[in-house]
Design a protein around this ligand. Structure first.
Ligand code: LR7
Ligand code: MN
Length: 585
């Protein structure tokens, strides 16, 4: 571990001292140490380090922490206190139009103060934390945007200025990813002059996508730490010091705030989880991002439930990282396209190459979860076969997964095997340069709870479109969310809702969902967590699909076309099914 640390150009030598005595994991624990009430307490497990001794109390029972701001008065305007706001009926056209353009109700956002008070969603004890006064770290907050709403972007800036200790804020850097909305041009330039140089804007001369745009933001920033937020965020009280402190202790730690929800129609501000429940970011084998409660053993070793905790990955949009460390690691893989998967790329890279990722319960930031994605991927998506997101996922797993785990991805997402995810030589060279650890190491040490939910996947026996001979139609989810009745429709060969898999343990999957049946119907269900087996058995010679628990067979009702189970009748074409592999389009 130490060797790796020397290969990167270390700026703050105290990190080296700490790593020499205990390694990254202990450094994380330092944050959990409770010092004596008189402030002179020292850690009890015998680590002797000038750094730790210097740390006066991080936590004082019943006393207000050093950066805790005064209570914010709650005004009586729209949305104050984070309350939902609805416009009168005569504004409905404006509302509908703005939702159509932005995926969120900009008409409501425009009516709400840019500095409204929002509820303090932290655990109560967050008020009692003290952070080092002498961190000497300045943050550049980077907001990348493509055709975002003006008032949400400005609310973001206003709340950052209002709720950040000024000495910790180097600047806010707005990076315009080639927007074409008029109000993001001169009007924006003029508006930000009120921030007296604290806010500046950089503009891409072509659309780069959010991933490359963030890298540009980091390259152009001046701060020691770069903090990325989505454009439509609203920071909560005292959000920054708790993100900086773990980086101050170890510059290879990246920190992630807890994301609160801002409703995209009413702009109501509310926590996604209740304050005491702690979640961490993981993923299933198709690389869909998931969150799961922190393992109880891990929680038990924490003295304070509000202390930061290690997490395998994060949602992607909101985090803080030492700027030079980020750039030394090659920033984001420049081969990633526009949107998606970059959260995994950075998490795997940081973890496997000797750093760590922590979620910080005392840092809260609101994010507007849009109703839909209002922009397209533009020229960047042209001439690409298959979805950009899956091309990105493939790139990430090809670089960071071990062979065994790559197979799980291709089992869960069989078309991805045929995608062209570009040249990864440079990424493999980074892995080599920093002597990064294996994915097995990551699974064992960082995400040991992942397999309990998403176990190793047995191979597919069959996959592709799944056609009924009697009706000449294909099994199709019809795009309906589970749990729902399973459907059938004309075979289109494009995969997606018609891409069916049968694995070696009898589970039928479509995307991340599963197919099951009872006497009355055939259903698309949530796959039982932690299970990869199922009730199905396909007979290649007779082409029947047997449901083992009932002993019946999958068939289609000849008149109403409903899927159902009936006594097996291999001679009946409605009982016969065939598989056809597909190719990406
Ligand atoms: O081409 C683009 N150029 C951009 O600059 C496309 C987008 N962007 C900007 C955009 O204006 C916004 O500020 O990039 C930012 C993120 O885009 P969103 O808000 O459309 O993304 P999202 O919130 O739907 O999706 C999540 O996943 C993304 C892709 O992996 C990014 O990592 C987002 O930052 C991320 N958002 C979050 O993590 C917030 C929590 C949501 C969840 C889960
Ligand atoms: Mn977003």
């Amino acid at each position: 571990h130490q060797m790796k640390m020397k290969t990167i150009a270390w700026k703050r030598s105290r990190v080296l001292k700490l790593s020499a005595i205990g390694g990254i994991f202990l450094i994380g624990l330092v944050l959990f140490i409770r010092s004596g009430d008189n402030g002179s307490g020292s850690p009890t497990w015998g680590i002797k380090s000038s750094l730790i001794a210097k740390k006066a109390p991080w936590f004082t029972e019943g006393k207000l922490g050093n950066f805790e701001p005064a209570e914010e008065p709650i005004g009586d305007g729209p949305g104050e206190g984070g309350k939902p706001y609805r416009l009168p009926a005569d504004k409905q056209n404006e509302v509908d139009e703005s939702i159509g353009n932005y995926g969120m109700n900009m008409a409501v956002s425009d009516a709400i103060s840019l500095e409204r008070a929002i509820p303090d969603t932290r655990q109560a004890e967050c008020k009692n934390w003290n952070y080092p006064e002498n961190m000497g770290l300045k943050a550049s907050v980077v907001l990348v945007f493509h055709n975002e709403g003006f008032s949400t972007l400005m609310r973001n800036c206003h709340t950052i200025i209002k709720r950040t200790p000024p000495e910790m804020l180097e600047e806010i850097v707005l990076v315009d990813d080639f927007s074409d909305k008029e109000d993001l041009k001169e009007k924006l330039d003029t508006y930000i002059t009120r921030f007296n140089g604290k806010v500046r804007v950089i503009r891409n001369t072509q659309r780069e996508g959010l991933i490359r745009t963030r890298t540009i933001g980091a390259e152009e920033s001046k701060g020691d730490v770069v903090v990325f937020l989505d454009a439509h965020c609203e920071v909560n009280r005292n959000w920054l010091p708790p993100l900086l402190a773990p980086i101050y202790l170890d510059r290879t730690t990246m920190t992630v705030p807890i994301i609160d929800g801002v409703d995209h129609t009413t702009f109501e501000y509310r926590p996604v989880y209740s304050p005491g429940t702690l979640f961490r970011g993981i993923f299933e084998w198709g690389m869909y991002y998931k969150e799961t409660e922190i393992p109880p053993e891990m929680d038990a070793e924490r003295q304070y439930k509000s202390a930061p905790y290690k997490a395998p990955t994060h949602a992607g949009g909101l985090f803080a990282i030492d700027r030079q460390y980020f750039l030394d690691l090659g920033a984001y893989d420049p081969g990633l396209l526009v949107w998606g998967g970059e959260n995994f790329e950075l998490s795997f890279k940081v973890w496997q190459c000797g750093g760590s990722l922590e979620w910080v319960p005392c840092s809260r930031v609101g994010h507007v979860y849009r109703g839909f994605m209002p922009y397209n991927f533009g020229k960047l998506a042209e001439k690409k076969k298959g979805s950009l997101i899956h091309i990105n996922y493939k790139r990430v797993i090809e670089v960071w997964f071990d062979e065994k785990y790559k197979e799980f991805f291709y089992t869960r997402e069989p078309l991805a095997r045929y995608l062209d995810s570009g040249d990864i030589t440079a990424q493999l060279a980074i892995k080599e340069k920093f002597k990064c650890k294996s994915f097995q190491w990551f699974m064992d040490n960082v995400a040991p709870d992942l397999l309990l939910k998403y176990p190793e996947l047995p191979p597919n026996l069959f996959w592709g479109e799944f056609r009924n001979k009697g009706t000449n139609t294909c099994m199709d989810t019809m795009g309906r969310p589970a749990p729902t009745k399973m459907g059938l429709s004309g075979c289109h060969g494009a995969g997606n809702n018609q891409l069916v898999r049968l694995n070696a343990q009898g589970q039928i999957g479509i995307g991340e969902r599963c197919v099951d049946a009872d006497k009355s119907s055939v259903k698309l269900i949530f796959c039982p967590l932690g299970k990869v087996d199922g009730p199905w058995e396909y007979d290649e010679t007779t082409n029947i699909m047997k449901h083992k628990t009932t002993g019946k067979c999958l068939t289609v009702h000849p008149t109403n076309s409903n899927l159902m189970l009936r006594d097996c009748d291999p001679g009946n074409t409605y009982h016969q099914w065939s598989w056809k592999k597909l190719k990406p389009r």
